[in-house]
Each structure stands twice: as structure tokens, then as C-alpha cells.
Ligand binder design. Structure first.
Ligand SMILES: C[S@@+](CC[C@H](N)C(=O)[O-])C[C@H]1O[C@@H](n2cnc3c(N)ncnc32)[C@H](O)[C@@H]1O
Length: 334
């Protein structure tokens, strides 16, 4: 008789306590552990002195970070793991700590997820988070999104060719990363970043900072109800897919199709579920995150996204990997 693999609780225990891993990462970022290690404060005593904490706490945190694979311990000295060295050492252009702390303010709400799901309150089309958005909040929000958004935008310009395009609409463009990098890449391209009124104030700051104000502008637009800019032959919508349900996404893609010039192209970059519904976690996680935000947002599968494009009238619809396990890109031509 074939022996079945013995089951144990190791995986489940890991999941049940995964939040302690998050807490450890947050504390390490707060205390600048990885910056300290990169600067040579790479022992327990060295880091304790750098951070102004007791050596016993430094030792506990460094031990945990080594166990999580964030640090590598060797004979009393610690070194940053390669991704930590690249993205979590302050002062580097690639620093992404703001993005890694992005969900931390929701910590307490995640602890009461069950209660939130039992709420009788109807989900809202535009999350209350967006309804109450201020310029200050948008500035913090996009300090975080831009710390990875510009990297994603550089990947975008390597994945698509907009060299023959004249005008790009960037739907829910936030920091304007995709438009700014596209304009820097293709000198003949103009771009219009569409986002909510408090956000476009911040978008304009990014546009100015990157010196592309002659070709990139920002337009206040709630994409659930306002018209889209005219005269565009390309459109991109990135990283807001699970914030809305199928009806809204279908309507937005239909509106983009109607606004695009004939022959124009659209790219939807988003966290998409595999068609069998078994992950990836990131897509499921952002869908679940909408419980906290009180919206109608859900995770969408790749097939559903292709369906939105086809129903809108796009042709040559296809899906490509964008950041494996995180983002996929669906594209189509009018
Ligand atoms: C996670 S950010 C992504 C920003 C940018 N596309 C990027 O990839 O860096 C999501 C953006 O969608 C915008 N957004 C969400 N709902 C919107 C709506 N109804 N109308 C316009 N923008 C919206 C948000 O304000 C935010 O800037």
C-alpha cells in the first residue's frame, strides 16, 4: 500500500504566527537595522548602540531576522540578504521601506477582520478611504507607491512599445510613475494622468520633480463617473484593479475603449488571480483588503480581465506576466 505523506501542523503554525514576522520586519525598518548592518554596525552590540536599544532586544530581533532570511548570521556578524540590501537600506535610490510599511496602519483592523466581515453595512462603490482623501494623505500614500511604482514603470517601458504613440491616458495614475517614465523613454509621447482631485495635486509635484511638465499633465477625474481625456491613442491602468468590482472595471474599460482613437491600445496592469482561483496570494490579499476599506472591490481572474476587454470591443486581447506572482498585464487594441 502506498504510504501517504504524514501531515503535521508546521505550515498552519507558520501561518497563524505570520504576523509576528511582519512585526519583526516593521521593527527592523523602524530601528534602521538593515541600514545599520550595511554601514558596518553588524554585530549585536554594534546595532544596539546604533539604535539605542538594549543588547538583549537587538539580539532577539537580529536572531528573528536571520531566521526569516532577512539577515545572514556568520560568527557573530550579520549581513543583509540581497533583496534587503537593495530595497531596505536607507539612502539608496531603490529604498522601498515606505511601500513595505504601506499596510501597517491597517494592523489593528486586520485583527478584527471577522467582525468587519459580519458587518451589515453595505460596501460602497468609492471606498470611504478615497472619499476622505486629503492632499497630505495622498502625499504619504504616493511616497509609498512611488517607491516601487517607478520600478514597475521602468518594467512597463521595457514590456511595451509606445514609440509611435502620441498621447497616453494613465487611469488612476497616482504618482504618475508610468506617464513620467513613458515620457522620458519616448520623446514624442505626451501623457495625461487621471486621478482623484487631492491626488493630482501630488501627481503635479512628481511631474515637476522629474522635469516632464512640458509633456505630462494631471487631470482630476474620478474614473467611476467622469469622462476620460480625448485624443489619446494609448491607455494604461495600473495597480488599482482589486479596488473595484466587475461592474466598475467593465465600465472603466468600456469608457477607455470609447475614448481611445481608432487603432489605440490599452494596458491593464493588475494583481490578477490565476483562472483556477488558487492564488497567487497577492491578488487574493488585495481583494480581501477591501473588507477593511468598505468598498465593493474584489480579486479578478485573468480570464475575467480578458472578458472585460473583449466585451468593451478590444481586439487582439492577451495576458502577459508583468511581475510574476504579483502583477499581470492584459492588453488589447481598438
Ligand atoms: C495603488 S495606486 C497606483 C498608482 C499608479 N497607477 C501606479 O501604479 O503607481 C492606485 C491609484 O488609483 C487611484 N484611484 C482609485 N480609485 C480611483 C477613481 N475612482 N478615480 C480615479 N483614480 C482612482 C488612487 O487614487 C491611486 O492613485
Amino acid at each position: 500500500m502506498k504510504s501517504e505523506a504524514r501531515l503535521d501542523t508546521v505550515r498552519l503554525q507558520g501561518l497563524a504566527r505570520a504576523f509576528i514576522g511582519s512585526a519583526s520586519l516593521f521593527a527592523a525598518i523602524d530601528l534602521k537595522l538593515f541600514t545599520a548592518v550595511a554601514a558596518g554596525h553588524d554585530t549585536v552590540e554594534g546595532f544596539a548602540g546604533y539604535a539605542g536599544i538594549q543588547p538583549i532586544h537587538a539580539q532577539r530581533l537580529m536572531t528573528m531576522c536571520a531566521a526569516l532570511g532577512l539577515l545572514r548570521h556568520d560568527n557573530g556578524r550579520y549581513a543583509n540578504a540581497p533583496d534587503v540590501g537593495r530595497f531596505l537600506v536607507e539612502g539608496e535610490g531603490s529604498y522601498a521601506g515606505d511601500w513595505l510599511l504601506f499596510n501597517r496602519p491597517d494592523w489593528a483592523d486586520w485583527g478584527r477582520l471577522t467582525g468587519l466581515m459580519r458587518s451589515e453595512e453595505s460596501p460602497r462603490l468609492l471606498s470611504p478611504m478615497y472619499e476622505s482623501m486629503t492632499v497630505e494623505r495622498a502625499r504619504d500614500y504616493h511616497r509609498a507607491t512611488s517607491s516601487i511604482g517607478f520600478g514597475a514603470a521602468r518594467r512597463f517601458v521595457r514590456s511595451v512599445d509606445l514609440s509611435a504613440r502620441r498621447r497616453l491616458m494613465d487611469i488612476g495614475g497616482g504618482s504618475g510613475a508610468y506617464s513620467i517614465v513613458s515620457a522620458q523613454t519616448w520623446p514624442g509621447l505626451e501623457a495625461v494622468v487621471c486621478d482623484l482631485p487631492p491626488v493630482v495635486v501630488v501627481t503635479r509635484e512628481f511631474i515637476e520633480q522629474h522635469g516632464v511638465g512640458d509633456r505630462v499633465r494631471a487631470q482630476a477625474c474620478d474614473f467611476t463617473r467622469d469622462p476620460f481625456p480625448e485624443g489619446c491613442d494609448a491607455a494604461v491602468m495600473a495597480s488599482n484593479l482589486p479596488q473595484y468590482g466587475p461592474d466598475v472595471i467593465q465600465a472603466v474599460i468600456g469608457k477607455a475603449h470609447a475614448a481611445l482613437l481608432p487603432g489605440g491600445e490599452m494596458h491593464l496592469v493588475g494583481e490578477m488571480l490565476d483562472d483556477d482561483g488558487n492564488g497567487p496570494v497577492d491578488a487574493a490579499l488585495w481583494g480581501l483588503n477591501e473588507v477593511l476599506l468598505g468598498s465593493t472591490g474584489v480579486a479578478h481572474t485573468r480570464a475575467e480581465c480578458i472578458g472585460y476587454f473583449e466585451a468593451a470591443g478590444f481586439r487582439e486581447v492577451r495576458v502577459d506576466e508583468f511581475i510574476p506572482g504579483i502583477l499581470a498585464r492584459v492588453s488589447g487594441r481598438k
